[in-house]
Design a protein around this ligand. Structure first.
Ligand code: DGL
Length: 278
């Protein structure tokens, strides 16, 4: 394996970012870690998420040749990316955050829904992102307790998240709490998926909210930013221009079943998931 990009999340959510990374960098090798033995991050303390993020980056650097890191988790980005950058100044690090600015550019009603974990919404980083934009639109922020966990379990149990009534019920509860969706004045016309797990329930959300609501997620901009960073930091791996790259190694700290099923379905990738014990 040539120089790889390390990617991590609390679970399968980061695969929604890895899909876009792979499309933008088709010959790049990736090493993906799903910290499913310690998930969900969104309902843990900031100190816990920082400790896990540090441990994963240490592991990735010790066990693999990593030329860049993508923190494919909004919750870990909010809690830990500044520390990871300070502790690994030689490593280009890209994070993800709820796409409030792109949503602002799309919304006509100026009412924008934001679905994210409780921890992301409570973070200082999110507050700093939201504050300068809040005079331009109303952002209705919904902490989606239980949703990432339900997506993980659904994938583990049925290898299929497209038709589960439990997921639909959880999505229904959270979207109802945000108010009325639609394109008329006073309605929410744009929904930010501020957790990397949530693109995997976009079909359920569309079913609930109707075709007019616009969804905003972060995979493609993060992939573009990562490609740009690799080009500008001079870390362009020669292997990227040759045939034979594009491998994906998959690891998890919990049961491999969910990641295995999700990788097959969403990437798709047939690689066997290895379990890590830290
Ligand atoms: N996928 C993660 C995020 O983007 C967190 C999910 C969780 O573990 O709570 O925030």
């Amino acid at each position: 394996m040539s120089l790889a990009i390390g990617v991590f999340d609390s679970g399968i959510g980061g695969l929604s970012i890895l899909q876009a990374l792979r499309a933008a960098l088709p010959r790049q090798d990736f090493v993906y870690v799903a910290d499913s033995g310690h998930a969900p991050y969104g309902e843990r303390s900031e100190a816990y998420v920082i400790a896990r993020s540090r441990a994963i980056v240490q592991h990735l650097r010790a066990a693999h040749r990593i030329e860049a890191l993508v923190v494919a988790c909004n919750t870990a980005t909010a809690a830990a990316i500044h520390l990871l950058r300070a502790e690994h100044p030689d490593l280009p690090i890209v994070g993800v955050e709820p796409a409030l600015k792109p949503a602002l550019a799309l919304s006509k009603t100026r009412r924008i829904g934001v679905m994210a974990t409780r921890s992301t919404l409570a973070s200082a980083k999110f507050e700093a992102l939201l504050r300068p934009l809040s005079s331009q639109a109303e952002f209705i922020c919904q902490p989606c307790d239980g949703l990432a966990d339900a997506i993980e379990h659904s994938m583990q149990a049925r290898e299929n998240v497209s038709d589960t009534t439990e997921l639909l019920a959880i999505c229904d509860g959270h979207t109802r709490a945000m108010g009325t969706f639609g394109t008329k004045g006073g309605e929410i016309d744009t929904l930010v998926l501020g957790c990397t797990h949530y693109p995997f329930v976009e079909p359920q959300l569309r079913e609930l909210l109707g075709p007019q609501v616009q969804f905003v997620s972060t995979g493609e901009p993060v992939a573009r930013q990562t490609r740009h960073l690799l080009q500008t930091t001079g870390n362009a791996a020669p292997a990227r221009t040759k045939a034979g790259g594009g491998r994906i190694l998959l690891y998890c700290t919990g049961s491999p079943a969910a990641l295995q099923a999700a990788a097959r379905r969403w990437l798709p990738c047939e690689g066997v998931v290895e379990q890590l014990s830290f």
